[in-house]
Design a protein around this ligand. Structure first.
Ligand code: DX5
Ligand code: ZN
Length: 212
């Protein structure tokens, strides 16, 4: 059974409360919380304050994706603000120290790869990971087209013996989600598809029905 993790990056910033309830009411599995610093990616998004406010209002798994050049600096504040899992990029500074800190805080440990970074880059740390987030677009913006070359990266991670959770992020929709699940992906980040849907509960049900 696949999971669905709507990204609030695609929600209307003026109606974030509604967006959070829409995710819960649709029966989704995670809130995917995209954090951007304008350095690691050419965009800015949300801070720990929004996470804290959302956490106070809804009780769902907060899947925090730090697209930051120095994630270690912010791991603790996102943990204190309510993150349940934190994912950092292998291309970022102090990557291994960040993984260690997330584990020390008792959170789910995730590592992410830009499309241009091979799965091999994670080989050494795979045993420490609960989750690998395969970016299927260049991080920074929602609404892009999924890069199907990333299917081979998902397969490569499985061939490398990674049995943890593989999450995919960027341009995911119901059509390509079938292929992604068949290749070995477990969890679908959906921003544009979810918030553009006129029947989010049905979308979530269809994603849940996908299986490896
Ligand atoms: C890119 C972001 C997006 C977002 C989902 O940095 O991480 O991938 O979550 O994008 P869409 O809207 O394509 O589902
Ligand atoms: Zn993301």
């Amino acid at each position: 059974m696949s999971k669905i993790a709507p990204s609030i990056l695609a929600a209307n910033s003026l109606r974030m409360g509604e967006a959070a309830h829409r995710i819960v009411d649709a029966g989704c599995d995670y809130v995917h919380f995209d954090v951007m610093d304008g350095v690691f990616v050419p965009n800015l998004s949300f801070g720990p304050g929004l996470l804290k406010d959302m956490k106070a209002e809804i009780s769902l798994f907060f899947d925090v994706h730090l697209m930051l050049i120095n994630p270690l600096k912010y791991v603790d504040v996102f943990a204190q603000s309510g993150a349940n899992g934190i994912t950092v990029h292998v291309e970022a500074d102090r990557f291994k120290e960040s993984l260690k800190r997330i584990r020390e805080l008792g959170l789910k440990v995730g590592a992410s790869l830009r499309p241009g970074t091979p799965a091999e880059a994670l080989r050494e740390v795979l045993p420490q990971l609960d989750l690998v987030l395969v970016m299927t677009v260049e991080p920074g913006f929602g609404g892009q087209k999924l890069n199907t070359d990333m299917l081979n990266k998902i397969r490569a991670l499985r061939t490398m013996g990674f049995h943890g959770e593989i999450e995919v992020d960027g341009g995911v929709n119901l059509q390509n989600a079938k292929e992604l699940a068949a290749a070995g992906a477990d969890t679908m980040v959906m921003g544009t598809t979810f918030f553009g849907s006129d029947n989010p509960a049905q979308l979530a049900q269809k994603v849940h029905a996908l299986g490896r």
